[in-house]
Design a protein. Structure first.
Length: 189
């Protein structure tokens, strides 16, 4: 499976003011550097947790529909969370045409982590090609204030570590960030 961002987030979960207050920085000399660190910390959090923090539209690609027996187990597990909505499920049929599946043919479970799409009558036959199934969905929190405090705090700790230690280190994340982020990790099968 692979992912493509269709509409990226328009804001960050932490503002420059939040970060400067946390770091106790009262000058603007490092504002550009801190803005880069905010983005880097968000991306690191998103990679670690497999959650997208701010509202983003993505397409997720699969080589084929899942094929389970019995048919009531035909489930697509979405790899990122929290999912706000599923926009479409499409597939490339045997003739090579892209077909959008009517939403009455599947159910969505956006509460479970990972979120899932369940077929009502079984999935369709796809062309034997890569990325034959395309799911477009909206993921992320609606506003920065909706992002859970542990995710934001973990980001602040990462930024503080980057700001204070401007060289590479062996350890990837501050331990406290890992502990704060672990309960939010999304695992797919």
């Amino acid at each position: 499976m692979s992912i493509s961002i269709i509409t990226p987030a328009v804001s960050e979960p932490l503002s420059l003011t939040d970060v400067k207050e946390f770091l106790r920085v009262d000058h603007s000399d490092d504002d550009t550097t801190l803005a880069i660190m905010i983005s880097a910390a968000r991306e690191l959090c998103e990679q670690y947790t497999r959650q997208i923090l701010m509202t983003t539209t993505i397409e997720e690609f699969y080589d084929m529909f899942p094929d389970y027996t019995p048919a009531d187990k035909d489930i697509i597990y979405l790899s990122r969370g929290p999912v706000q909505s599923v926009s479409s499920v499409k597939y490339i049929d045997d003739a090579g045409d892209e077909i959008t599946i009517n939403s009455s043919k599947y159910r969505t479970d956006l509460i479970s982590q990972p979120s899932r799409i369940i077929s009502e009558d079984g999935w369709f036959s796809t062309k034997d090609t890569t990325n034959a199934v395309i799911v477009e969905y909206v993921v992320g929190y609606s506003s920065a204030s909706d992002v859970p405090a542990p995710l934001r705090q973990g980001m602040l700790l990462v930024i503080a570590d980057m700001y204070e230690n401007r060289i590479d280190s062996v350890k990837r994340l501050p331990t406290a960030s890992e502990y704060l982020w672990n309960p939010f990790r999304v695992f797919t099968f």
